[in-house]
Design a protein around this ligand. Structure first.
Ligand code: GLU
Length: 290
């Protein structure tokens, strides 16, 4: 289906080198974009210098290149976008849709997630204490359609779920930056791991608060290791072997339920990507993690 307005992206946080699970996500978002004759972008979500390294960014970009996953526009780095996030926060504060919060984690726990200082109502100001900025969610039962998983119903509870958008340490948070950049880059379709599924209803409210229409979402099952844990840097998922891009891509296609022919692993990287776009069957992607 040709949809020249389609704009997708792969947006890794550089907490470590690319592993097999992230290749599966990258490949799915790439192929979805190319099947729609759309654009595919890469954005490095380097918001947290305490957990991330420039070396990981280099490794991720190198791995993507080795696997033929070349973006259609220059790579964007969130570390260079602080002004945009600050503007969004100012807008939200001005509209009364965000608030400064000096409550400690302990205080919130002791009050079952309620804010004892009534910071949400603007009743108390942090003064010179360190504060976070939180987005003020509205109570909502969100009904939305995931392009793979179908109808979703997600409950959002004002105050209890209010996400931090600027951390006390001064770092901008994922929940805000991902929305600001997806809006700014004109992303129409987000393909990402289902570990982020539950973030979606909150993100829809942030889109609306910033005056934008949410994109379509397609969440693919996360890849599990032999012990049933999500493949992630925290679980020490091994880095991809960049010397074997063809077999990595074929394994990723298999994980996505695409049944590549046996001989495909002997094709070139570009040959495998072309096969993927030509034979892509979204409905073959398994709905549950494996
Ligand atoms: N940066 C996020 C991550 O690596 C993904 C963001 C997204 O796709 O929405 O988990």
């Amino acid at each position: 289906m040709a949809d020249h307005s389609y704009r997708g992206r792969f947006a890794p946080s550089p907490t470590g080198p690319l592993h097999f699970g992230s290749l599966v996500t990258a490949l799915a978002s790439y192929v979805e974009a190319k099947c729609h004759q759309g654009q595919w972008l890469v954005r490095i979500e380097d918001l947290d210098p305490l957990r991330e390294s420039p070396q990981a960014t280099e490794q991720i970009l190198h791995s993507l290149t080795c696997h033929g996953l070349i973006p259609d526009e220059p790579v964007r780095f969130q570390s260079r976008r602080h002004d945009a996030y600050q503007n969004a926060i100012t807008t939200l504060l001005d509209k009364g849709l965000a608030y400064r919060c000096a409550c400690s984690r302990k205080q919130l726990q002791q009050h079952q997630g309620r804010h004892p200082e009534r910071c949400r109502d603007g009743k108390s100001q942090p003064g010179d204490r360190p504060f976070a900025v939180r987005f003020a969610l509205g109570d909502e039962v969100s009904h939305w359609h995931d392009e793979l998983l179908g109808e979703q119903i997600q409950k959002v509870t004002a105050e209890l779920d209010d996400p931090v958008i600027l951390r006390k340490e001064g770092f901008y948070a994922y929940q805000l930056a991902v929305v600001v950049d997806d809006i700014d880059q004109g992303i129409t379709d987000v393909v990402r791991g289902s570990d982020l599924l539950e973030m979606t209803a909150q993100q829809q409210q942030i889109y609306r608060a910033l005056g934008a229409t949410p994109p379509r979402w397609l969440h693919i099952p996360v890849i599990l290791n032999a012990r049933g844990q999500k493949l992630s840097k925290q679980n020490h998922a091994p880095a991809l072997d960049d010397r074997q891009p063809a077999s990595n891509l074929v394994r990723a296609l298999e994980a996505l339920g695409q049944q590549p022919p046996t001989g495909l692993r002997h094709a070139t990287v570009q040959g495998i990507l072309d096969w993927s776009v030509e034979h892509w069957r979204r409905q073959a992607i398994p709905l549950t993690s494996r």
